[in-house]
Design a protein around this ligand. Structure first.
Ligand code: GLT
Ligand code: MN
Ligand code: MN
Length: 389
């Protein structure tokens, strides 16, 4: 790949990776690490080399959980320098409320009030760290906010506890004048048997019940919605339409499996296409964050191949989306399927309009005869993705 490559990432593409993604060492429930530790500074250098724009982090991806304030400050200083040298921004920060055993029963929803208080304290400190690094988006992924048995608490109590915690954090955000937007990330299961906020849709229902709904949106992840058997792009579209698409986690996933976090576009190429087309069509201006990791078979070089691959696939699909929008035959079909309607005007409800609608006689036979050539339209899409158009 050369610098003139049409698929070379640029800062304007807003591609970002989490420290935990390139830093993933390939451990799984059945096998140990296969890759050595890559330090945050080395990851920043790697991201600079592959042409990413941003780097995201959990508090403990950068600062060990028991670091002293002096150690923390030294680590942060060194990392900031590495980011500056590699022209990387930190658009998003988050907090690990899942790794330490203290969160085995959840964090904000845990039955032990002391655990809930610790979770808040840890999150406020992670917000301090994120603000210091310049982040404006704060992701909350409640990986441990769930159950193996519903005997342990009432599920509506969990919702109430979660609401209290997010309300508290919004006030802290205001108090500190951090200007964060919170992006809530759903997942149906894993690591818990069932996680409370199972899908992006669940969160879209929860957000309007908060004290500061305008401060809170969602961070949908491809793999998480696909684990639930859902059409990811539909959830993203609903979040977008509600003004709540604050961040996005791009990766891939085979249906019905454990959380795979595969390279973007590597498993469901066509779904990835509809997603990129949607984001580009609506001019989504947020980060394109890849929350994925390299195959366990890869070494250090393979991690770079993985990172480059995520961005390259996005840019290929972006180009395909532009091609789809410009394709004459596709455009003609799109026109055909929405044209020629004899519908009475609807608009907003009025007594007069409703009376006219009630009096209207519909020619159902004529309506049913109208062609809907979606077979052809879909095949044109396949041809285009296969490089035949
Ligand atoms: C973890 C999880 C991701 C979340 C990250 C943010 S951490 O890797 O699998 O989906 O986005 O907490
Ligand atoms: Mn994620
Ligand atoms: Mn995931």
């Amino acid at each position: 790949m050369t610098n003139n490559d049409a698929y070379q990432p640029k800062p304007s593409h807003k591609f970002s990776f989490g420290l935990w993604t390139l830093g993933n060492r390939g451990r799984d429930p059945f096998g140990d690490f296969v890759r050595p530790v890559i330090s945050p500074v080395e990851i920043a250098n790697m991201l600079g080399e592959v042409g990413a724009w941003g780097v995201n982090l959990h508090d403990n991806d950068l600062v060990p959980i028991d670091a002293t304030p002096a150690e923390r400050d030294a680590i942060v200083r060194e990392f900031k320098k590495a980011c500056a040298e590699n022209k990387l921004v930190v658009p998003m920060a988050t907090v690990s409320l899942f790794f330490h055993p203290i969160f085995r029963d959840g964090a904000f929803t845990a039955n032990d009030a002391e655990v809930r208080a610790y979770a808040l304290q840890k999150t406020m400190r992670a917000m301090d760290l994120g603000a210091e690094l310049g982040a404006k988006i704060f992701v909350l992924w409640g990986g441990r906010e769930g159950v193996e048995t519903d005997a342990c608490r009432r599920a509506d109590d969990a919702v109430k506890r979660l609401r209290e915690a997010v309300n508290y954090l919004c006030e802290y955000n205001l108090d500190q004048k951090y200007g964060f937007k919170f992006a809530l990330e759903a997942k149906p299961n894993e690591p818990r048997a069932d996680i409370y906020m199972a899908t992006t849709g669940h969160y879209l229902g929860f957000i309007p019940t908060l004290d500061h709904p305008e401060m809170v949106g969602v961070n949908p992840e491809v793999a998480h919605e696909q684990m639930a058997g859902l059409n990811f792009m539909h959830g993203v579209a609903q979040a977008w339409e509600a003004g709540k698409l604050f961040h996005i986690d791009l990766n891939d996933q085979m249906p019905g499996r454990y959380d795979q976090d595969l390279r973007f576009g590597s498993a469901n190429f066509k779904s990835a296409f509809w997603l990129v087309k949607f984001l580009e069509d609506v001019n989504y201006e947020g980060p394109r964050h890849f929350d994925a990791h390299a195959y366990r078979t890869e070494d250090f070089c393979g991690v770079k191949d993985f990172a480059r691959g995520c961005m390259r696939t996005y840019l290929i699909l972006k180009e395909k989306a532009a091609g789809w929008n410009a394709d004459k035959e596709i455009r003609a079909i799109l026109q055909e399927i929405s044209a020629g309607s004899n519908s009475p005007p609807i608009g907003r409800y009025s007594k007069k309009g409703a009376a006219a609608l009630l009096a209207h006689v519909f020619n159902k036979d004529a309506i049913c005869k109208k062609r809907l050539p979606y077979e052809r339209l879909d095949q044109l899409t396949v041809d285009l993705l296969a490089g035949l158009r």
